[in-house]
Ligand binder design. Structure first.
Ligand code: ADP
Ligand code: DP6
Ligand code: CO
Length: 321
């Protein structure tokens, strides 16, 4: 049995759309920060006594769609490794599942590491990133710690994530507001497919991400927090505009999401520098620096309750236990 731990990541420049849905090749590159507070721990054991794959998530037998996703992924591992046995997968999320806090990123990064090793493969991190990508696009970034870029690539061989090794912006913090822990009604997978096929703005998104990526990388290089935060917030809103402009239209925000966004703007105007980013769910992540963490957590604890406010910092890459 092999056990691996992977942390979630929050995208600052978002991945929203697949050019190849089978191989999970994205239309654009993306850039994220791995977070220390949210992770998945997964154990895999290939066992000749099993007549089908067994999957438990948080001590419950996986629902049909989640089982299928894990099974499809294990089929890829079996094909690549030559292993043929069924597997027992036991996974625990230390992150709300399917709520826009990137459980699929930590889940498939941990599964890729544990399953490939249990099947006797000895993959390097680049190969692991390519494999994790097949389970969930965002998972390819969770192989690495800190700032990470997913280089879009054009095929299975060159679409993977690379760490951005930098001493800059090291006192960055992400205050996660876990407003809603329930499952979102539209998965990231379905949401982005709708946007690609129906939003008239999709071609513009592809162009704008290329320039947002260049800008944020130069902001990181120059240790420019203001530019970094500004681009992150803009890019997140540009992504959500793709949901509003899809047919049928949909929206991941709820009322509390808007309250949190307004509060971030109010704090910013009062001199507490912070920015928001939001993934495919109602939860808001506030990007700030250590010096303002206290003021920000106090403000949001009053608004949503202290148990909803989690302060994260840059987290590590994949680990085996
Ligand atoms: P999120 O915002 O949490 O990443 P997604 O819609 O992208 O939401 O993915 C959620 C799906 O990821 C779940 O419905 C399930 O299929 C899969 N998933 C989440 N956690 C695990 C886990 N620990 N093991 C296996 N699959 C998981
Ligand atoms: C909004 O990686 O969850 O979080 O590849 O279909 O599994 P699949 O989608 P997923 O999408 C993540 C979307 C996002 C932005 C991001 O993480 O880059
Ligand atoms: Co996801």
């Amino acid at each position: 049995m092999v056990t691996a731990v992977a942390h979630t990541n929050i995208a600052l420049i978002k991945y929203w759309g697949k050019r190849d849905a089978n191989l999970i090749i994205p239309y654009t590159g993306s850039l994220s920060l791995t977070l220390d507070q949210f992770y998945t721990e997964t154990s895999v054991n290939f066992d000749q006594n099993l007549d089908r794959d067994e999957v438990s998530i948080d001590d419950q037998s996986a629902a049909n769609n989640s089982w299928q996703r894990v099974h499809d992924f294990l089929e890829i591992v079996r094909e690549k490794s030559g292993a043929h046995l069924n597997a027992k997968v036991v996974s625990r999320n230390h992150v709300p599942t399917a709520a826009g806090l990137a459980s699929s990123a930590s889940a498939f990064a941990a599964l890729a590491a544990a399953a490939s090793k249990a099947a006797g493969m000895n993959l390097n991190n680049q190969e692991l990133s390519r494999l994790a990508r097949r389970g969930s696009g965002s998972a390819c970034r969770s192989i690495f710690g800190g700032f990470v870029e997913w280089q879009r690539g054009t095929d299975d061989a060159d679409s993977y994530a690379v760490p951005i090794d930098t001493p800059h912006l090291s006192d960055i913090r992400v205050v996660a507001l876990t407003i809603e822990k329930h499952q979102k009604p539209i998965s990231s997978r379905r949401g982005m497919a709708l946007s690609v096929t129906t939003s008239p703005y999709y071609p513009t998104w592809v162009k704008v991400v290329e320039s947002d990526l260049q800008s944020i990388k130069s902001a990181i290089n120059q240790d420019d927090f203001t530019r970094f935060g500004t681009i992150s917030e803009l890019n997140a809103m540009r992504m959500h505009a793709l949901t509003l402009s899809s047919d049928p239209d949909f929206l991941y925000f709820n009322g509390s999401t808007l309250d949190a966004m307004n509060e971030v703007k109010r704090l910013r105007h009062s001199g507490i520098e912070c920015y928001y980013t939001i993934d495919a769910g109602p939860n808001v992540k506030v990007i700030c620096q250590t010096k303002n963490v206290k003021e920000i957590t106090t403000t949001f604890s009053k608004l949503f309750g202290p148990d909803k406010v989690i302060v994260a910092q840059p987290g590590p890459g994949i680990k085996y236990l």
